[in-house]
Design a protein around this ligand. Structure first.
Ligand code: KG4
Ligand code: ZN
Length: 340
């Protein structure tokens, strides 16, 4: 079965083709260059860029997969959460194609896409990743930070989530404060490598061990107050130390609540994904955590499958279709604040 996936929830224009759940093509057109000078995603600019790029991106995905649109069995498109005007471009394109070529559509939750991105495989079906449910998923990106108990495909329980900023958003905002540009996560990762992460003492948000939720805005504020009166030369001199301190504070918070959740829910496996999970330091810490609990850990098998992509959206549709869930096919409105 061939599925065409479409994803336009934020600032990446994406299309992918999957055959029986395996990736044949996965095209991502990043808009970072357009938003960089504004220090964040500008919705109107994102919308226009999605409109210009979506058809060429879909055509490239089909071409790479060596398939014609007529041979696609199903179109999968992100319905939310995300930016309304960006989501509309993907959904409208999916509807137009579905009408023109008489195809069915499945509208997919973006966060479910990130969770299932851990099960993506290449065209040879590798890596082999059996379901080991219940799983505990940690999804960390620019828009969301959630710990989700996955009982089965489609059976999700959010057991912890951020009460304010997402982890990626916190990294992006602190990078902006340090004048490092957008998106902050990758820059912070790069310059942290040379820094002393004990340089700045930062708080551990929500110390209560019974609470599995996150909060990153206090961390960001504490960071801001510690350096706000510093002269620029001092900030520049300690840029790596500041970046490393902030990054470690964010990652330690992520790990702390995730381990509490592991102890509470006793999962059979761990799933970690989302843009921030592309970070090698975080991956190393997560690997050590999984090892300490003797739990199998699945991370997306390629770096670009951590950040937004359409292969994960198509995979969600594949699993739901296999379960015979036709109700998903019917609801084709965008849902910018969609819950899992
Ligand atoms: O999953 P994603 O592409 O989009 C959302 O759904 O939000 O995640 C983007 C976020 C941004 O905040 C970005 O700074 C962060 O992921 N990010 C990283 C890295 N690469 C992207 N954070 C830390 N280290 C990275 N290498
Ligand atoms: Zn995302």
């Amino acid at each position: 079965m061939f599925i065409l996936g479409i994803e336009t929830s934020c600032d990446d224009t994406c299309a992918a083709v999957l055959k029986d759940g395996q990736i044949l093509s996965n095209i991502i057109s990043s808009q970072i260059d357009l938003h960089q000078k504004w220090g964040g995603v500008v919705p109107d600019i994102a919308k226009r860029a999605h409109q210009e790029r979506i058809m060429p991106v879909i055509e490239t995905a089909l071409k790479r997969a060596k398939i014609k649109i007529e041979d696609i069995d199903l179109i999968a498109v992100t319905k939310g959460p995300g930016l309304s005007i960006a989501l509309s471009v993907g959904l409208n394109t999916a509807k137009e194609l579905a009408k023109k070529y008489d195809k069915e559509i499945i509208a997919v939750n973006h966060v479910e896409g990130h969770i299932l991105s851990n099960f993506l495989t290449n065209s040879l079906g590798k890596p082999i990743r059996p379901f080991l449910f219940p799983s505990l998923a940690l999804t960390v990106s620019g828009g969301h930070t959630k710990i989700v108990l996955v009982n089965d495909i489609g059976d999700y329980q959010v057991v912890g989530e951020t009460l304010d900023d997402a982890a990626g958003e916190a990294l992006d905002k602190s990078a902006k404060l340090l004048g490092l540009g957008y998106p902050g996560g990758p820059v912070i990762e790069r310059i942290s490598a040379k820094g002393d992460d004990t340089f700045l003492k930062l708080p551990s948000p929500i110390a209560d061990k019974k609470i599995l939720d996150y909060s990153f805005s206090g961390l960001k504020t504490a960071f801001y107050y510690q350096i706000k009166d510093w002269p620029t030369e001092k900030i520049n001199k300690h840029l790596s130390d500041l970046a490393a301190s902030f990054q470690t504070a964010v990652f330690s918070t992520l790990i702390r609540k995730y381990s509490l959740a592991i102890e509470k829910y006793h999962p059979k496996s761990l799933l970690v994904s989302g843009g921030v999970a592309a970070n090698l330091t975080l991956r190393k810490r997560i690997r050590a955590l999984a090892k300490s609990y003797h739990l199998p850990l699945y991370l997306p098998f390629k770096k670009e499958l951590n950040t937004d992509n359409a292969a994960m959206i198509a995979l969600v549709a594949y699993y739901h279709f296999k379960k015979g869930e036709s109700s998903l096919v019917k609801n084709l409105d965008i849902d910018p604040r969609a819950e899992l």
